[in-house]
Ligand binder design. Structure first.
Ligand code: T1G
Length: 694
């Protein structure tokens, strides 16, 4: 039973014990109800304390039960809270560390609450596209006031328990041992006659509730643009304010059942699980010993190297930053300082913190200074010869057991590992630019990469707050390999009749942060040009539109050259459709003998997104990625794929793979259709009526 029951000094102590965070799974819920029953029947017991073992009071509903019959198996959380609230003997919730979601709702059903300082108090359901489903929208406003409650529920953000100390949420803040304090308090209240206070009986006081709620609706409009949950949170709170507790509770239930079915909630839950699943590697158990990473070396102080170094000093790790030339080194350090100072201006950092972090940075021109580093990451020029020089040098100076990582985005990691005498210590850490901002980190597993090296890098990724996804070795790993097919379709559609602004608008309306042409102008059109030139050599059979090469031959690399697919006013970044480029595109179609046609936005979205899906399916077929949710995490955290759609693979599931495959076959039969033969997995799953993520 995931609950322990003991009597101490006439007080029944019910301890939730469902590691890792006392999720309120079925057996835990059952244990609470049975504990309340036992206490009721024990004349020696005058009151009850509910607390949590380990690292939390409770992290809420057990997310591992989501979408399973257990989630709604009686006793449901509603039933548990009813039993707690209905107990004739007073129930005291003793809260430490984490009281979230259903965990906080359980505590709100108790008659009293004692909290240790530093506990995270939250109703984060909105982050899963739902809303508190066990009375939180009705009880929290009665416990902490309408404004604080509404802000907590709509944001889902945690508040530290001491910040809520003055509210009716907590009857006591523990000073000593939480359980001792809670038991002592329970003895006091156990000696008092009932009935004991119920949060539901309090009233919500606010001088102008209606006005405040309207103000709240206006304020969430932008953040709720693509998500229904924040508005529903306000609706449920408002129902309780206007119609009283019971009707508010019933309305909350209706909203919960409606939201849990929405595609947006499915996408958010998929991302929540995907984030956690990405950290799990099938053949690398979580018990794998990890190496100590106390000192980091970064080679290359350019845009990538500087950004990478910032991640580690932000996490309090000293970084030795190596460059080959003094002026490049100084420029790199100055850029890091400038980036930190920009955060100070935004109020995100204090000047003291900037100095603290800069002090962790040790610039050097000497490889020998890397000798003590536990992890060395190179971010030098993307050319195999250069990587070879660097890795041979690192191999000489790095201490035994140091992890040697390459930030390469396209080169063969196995070839890089072979430049050293310790290929098992070599791994890829592919950061995304700007490296100190983008959450995604592709961890590239070489043939010889040791398991403890992988486990260590995954742990380091968590420490520097990255979403790490493991990729096998192939050209472009996961993200860039897929985006190449996406860009190929975008370029073909220029040849066939579309223009850059139309394609960008269509895919940005679908939800991408930035369309392919605005993105390319930002990153630099010459990057794609270099890759295509290599591709023409290595895979001459692959058909590409040449229009992007024409653009680069005209020196239009994008924002950095004042013009690319779009024109830019000097010093400005907003993309202005370029007549010169549009004429170039039309002329190119003529040169090809292609009669331009009107391409619908639907076709644009299908060809861009399904090209990602097909390549993603091939990546799964080849075992480069181990699960579809990993691919979705890459696109959600590294490529601006809309969160409310959950990633390309989940989106394909919501469209239905039967329909996706039919669309692929339609495009395969057209000119430029070579990439559209459906991947084996698409055909297989479609024929079985399954999806990538089911
Ligand atoms: N149930 C089960 N397991 C959970 C869990 C939960 N609620 N929350 C986290 N875990 C697991 C997680 O998968 C990981 O497992 C481990 O705990 C550590 O998590 C009716 C319906 C609690 C603040 O949204 O915010 O209640 O990888 O790495 O950084 O209204 O986890 O170790 O195997 O994140 O210390 C609402 C979500 C549910 C809380 C801990 N509750 N969790 O953070 O560790 S909906 C939430 C968190 C609900 C009711 C509704 C965080 C944390 P593993 P971690 P952490």
């Amino acid at each position: 039973m995931a609950v322990d029951y003991a009597v101490r000094d006439g007080i029944a102590v019910i301890t939730l014990d469902n590691p890792p965070v006392n999720g309120l799974g079925h057996s835990t819920r059952l244990g609470i109800v049975e504990g309340i029953e036992r206490a009721r029947g024990d004349a020696s017991v005058s009151a009850v304390v509910i607390t949590g073992a380990g690292r939390a009071f409770s992290g809420g509903a057990d997310i591992t039960e989501f979408n399973t019959p257990k989630a709604t198996q009686e006793p449901t959380l509603h039933t548990v809270i009813k039993a707690v609230e209905g107990s004739a003997k007073p129930v005291v919730a003793a809260i430490h560390s984490v009281a979230m979601g259903g965990g906080l709702e359980l505590a709100l059903g108790a008659h009293f609450r004692v909290a240790a300082p530093g506990a995270q108090i939250a109703l984060p359901e909105v982050k899963l596209g739902i809303l508190p489903g066990a009375g939180g929208t009705q009880r929290l406003p009665r416990a902490v006031g309408l404004e604080t409650a509404l802000n907590m529920i709509v944001s889902g953000a945690p508040v530290l328990s001491e910040k809520l100390a003055g509210t009716a949420l907590f009857d006591r803040m523990a000073e000593g041992d939480l359980l001792d304090d809670a038991v002592a308090f329970a003895k006091q209240v156990g000696a008092q006659d009932g009935p004991h206070p119920k949060v539901r009986d309090s009233t919500i006081k606010h001088p102008n509730a209606e006005g405040f709620i309207q103000f709240a609706r206006n304020s969430v409009a932008t953040i709720a643009k693509d998500f229904p949950a924040p508005h529903k949170c306000i609706d449920a709170i408002e129902a309780g304010v206007k119609n009283g507790f019971e009707r508010g509770l019933a309305f909350e239930r209706e909203c919960f059942l409606a939201l849990v079915q929405t595609p947006e909630s499915r996408a958010l839950r998929h991302a929540f699980f995907g984030e956690r699943a990405a950290g799990k590697i099938a053949d690398v158990p979580s018990s794998t010993p990890v190496r100590t990473i106390a000192r980091v070396g970064v080679i290359g102080a350019g845009m990538m190297g500087g950004g990478i170094a910032m991640n580690f000093v932000n996490a309090g790790l000293p970084v030795t930053l190596l460059e080959t030339k003094q002026d490049a080194l100084e420029r790199g350090v100055a850029t890091i300082r400038k980036n930190f100072e920009a955060q100070v201006k935004k109020g995100k950092l204090t000047t003291e913190k900037v100095e603290e972090r800069m002090a962790l940075l040790k610039p050097t021109l000497a490889y020998d200074d890397l000798a003590e580093a536990d992890l060395i990451i190179e971010a030098v020029f993307e050319e195999l010869g250069v990587k070879e020089q660097v890795f041979r040098k690192i191999d000489e100076v790095a201490k035994p057991g140091a992890i040697l990582a390459s930030n390469t985005s396209t080169l063969d990691l196995n070839a890089i590992a072979a430049f050293t005498k310790r290929p098992e210590d070599v791994v890829g850490m592919h950061f995304f630019s700007p490296a100190n901002v983008m959450k995604l980190l592709e961890v590239v597993r070489g043939e010889k990469t040791a398991k403890d090296v992988l486990a260590t890098v995954m742990q380091v990724a968590k420490k520097i707050k990255k979403t790490a996804v493991v990729s096998g070795v192939c050209d472009g790993f996961i993200g860039n390999r897929m985006i190449e097919q996406y860009v190929r379709q975008a370029l073909f559609m220029l040849d066939e009749g579309a223009l850059p602004a139309q394609i960008d608008r269509a895919i940005e309306k679908f939800g991408f942060a930035m369309g392919p042409f605005r993105m390319s102008d930002l990153a630099g059109n010459d990057i794609g040009w270099a890759i295509r030139k290599r591709r023409y050599q290595e895979q001459p059979e692959l058909h590409y539109s040449r229009i992007a090469d024409r653009l680069c031959e005209a020196g239009r690399f994008g924002q950095k050259t004042g013009g690319g697919w779009y024109d830019y006013k000097a010093g400005e970044r907003n993309a202005l459709p370029s007549k010169l480029v549009d004429d170039m595109i039309v002329a190119h179609s003529k040169e090809l003998g292609v009669e331009r046609r009107k391409i619908s936005d639907d076709e644009i979205v299908e060809r861009l997104v399904f090209s990602l899906v097909n390549e993603g399916a091939k990546i799964l077929d080849e075992g480069i990625a181990s699960k579809a949710s990993d691919i979705d995490m890459v696109y959600l955290t590294g490529y601006g794929f809309p969160l409310y759609r959950g990633g390309p693979m989940l989106y394909a599931d919501t469209v239905g793979l039967y329909n996706v495959e039919r669309a692929m076959r339609k495009y395969a039969a057209r000119p430029n259709g070579d990439a559209w033969a459906p991947a084996r997995r698409v055909t297989e799953l479609a024929s079985q009526g399954k999806g990538f993520t089911s």
